[in-house]
Design a protein around this ligand. Structure first.
Ligand code: MLT
Length: 398
């Protein structure tokens, strides 16, 4: 007899974005001619930049010849990519990393979910609320207890440092879903908390490319001591339009150690390496060559142009909403706008109203947690025309 992991039967029966997709599909079936504008899931709409496309074409050609063919790559990723990541994303910020501290993967979502493999089921997990559902779902699947730290207008959506001991704390800045950013001092407070409580921070920095304010940290390792308490997750999805290509990376510094059940300290880096060797065969050579091209001079110029395009969309969305009398947050160093529903309307109701009356798809804040009630999330990843058109339609329904 096989037995299910009961934890799976206890979680929400549908993933948030699947529920949104189901409602949109039902509406579309009844209104086949509706011109729906999708600003719900944070999926990119602009094509991959030429530097990436050319590199991927070359990689395909490599695979067409026996002399340059690539089969299984290193489980940790190719050094040609790891070295560029370190040289571009970390060294200029005064962060030293060895190449075996960076693990290439098929995206941050997988790593954020899989990292739980190496943690005890007894850990008490802290998440900011509202929260990217993956942190909650994957820890619930493992049967871990979760504590929610409210992120509200009052605390700038960054959460207050908790009084209680948390074993693991997930942070995401720029934040999904609120679009909030954290200052260096704010992040310092979390690192100090982690160091003094032996808390492991999972730092999701998937949206760092959207930071334009030089005062806002891109990496948690900009804060002294963070290498002893934090894992950082990054992605090419939003930085370079890789949502369909799949490539991301996770940094586990060698200094990072946590307790084993006998009380001894264990370094996480070799443990994660061991896990990856058994469970992962590496991201594809073609994706990694594409990701490498993001760091070329052309790749940098072209991807920055796309990021600026989305940031301009975000500004248009935020400004139009504010002009129409709505209260909106985020969207300045982030691709997400966090819109307060009018008169405290229930966020799923407002979502439905926007879908039915304006044919605009958003994401209801309540889907991201209790503190998301009374908000909806709008992404800036649409085309310019769609963002403008969506704002005109929303303004009309008020
Ligand atoms: C989102 O809409 O929150 C993101 O697209 C989901 C993701 O990156 O997995």
């Amino acid at each position: 007899m096989a037995y299910i992991n009961d934890n799976f039967t206890k979680i929400h029966h549908r993933y948030l974005f699947a529920e949104v997709a189901k409602r949109v599909a039902a509406y579309k079936e009844q209104n086949p001619d509706a011109q729906i504008i999708r600003l719900g899931i944070g999926d990119v709409t602009q094509p991959l930049v030429p530097a990436v496309i050319e590199a991927m074409h070359r990689a395909v050609d490599d695979c067409a010849k026996a002399e340059t063919f690539h089969g299984y790559g290193p489980e940790q990723g190719y050094n040609f990519l790891i070295d560029k990541i370190i040289a571009h994303d970390y060294t200029p910020r005064g962060i030293h990393l060895d190449s075996d501290e960076v693990f290439i993967s098929d995206g941050a979502k997988s790593d954020l979910g899989n990292i739980g493999d190496i943690l005890s089921a007894n850990n008490v997990i802290g998440v900011t609320d509202p929260v990217y559902p993956v942190y909650v779902d994957t820890n619930s699947m493992a049967g871990r207890q979760i504590r929610y730290i409210p992120c509200t207008e009052q605390n700038g959506f960054t959460g207050d440092i908790p009084a209680e001991n948390l074993d693991v704390m997930y942070l995401c800045f720029p934040n999904n879903p609120t679009g909030a950013v954290i200052t260096r001092e704010g992040l310092r407070r979390w690192v100090d908390y982690a160091l003094s409580h032996n808390t492991l921070i999972m730092y999701d920095s998937a949206y760092e490319a959207f930071i334009t304010d030089p005062e806002i940290p891109h990496s948690i390792y900009e804060i002294n001591g963070a290498k002893e308490c934090a894992i950082e997750f990054r992605s090419f999805s939003k930085t370079a339009g890789f949502t369909g290509v799949r490539c991301g990376y996770t940094v586990i510094p060698k200094e990072l150690k946590i307790k084993s059940s006998d009380g001894s300290l264990v370094a996480l880096n070799p443990i994660w390496n061991r896990r990856q060797c058994s469970k992962f065969n590496g991201a594809s050579y073609i994706s990694q060559r594409g990701a490498e091209a993001v760091f070329s001079a052309e790749g940098q110029r072209q991807t920055k142009e796309v990021i600026n395009y989305y940031l301009t969309n975000a500004k248009i969305i935020r400004d139009s909403l504010q002009k129409s009398g709505f209260t909106a947050f985020g969207g300045e160093n982030a691709p997400y706008i966090w819109l307060k529903t009018p008169k405290g309307e229930d966020s799923w109701k407002f979502f439905d109203r926007l879908l039915h009356s304006a044919q605009v798809v958003t994401t209801p804040g309540a889907g991201f947690g209790t503190s998301g009630e009374g908000y909806i999330r709008i992404t800036a990843f649409g085309s310019r025309e769609n963002c403008i058109e969506a704002m005109e339609r929303i303004e009309k329904i008020g």
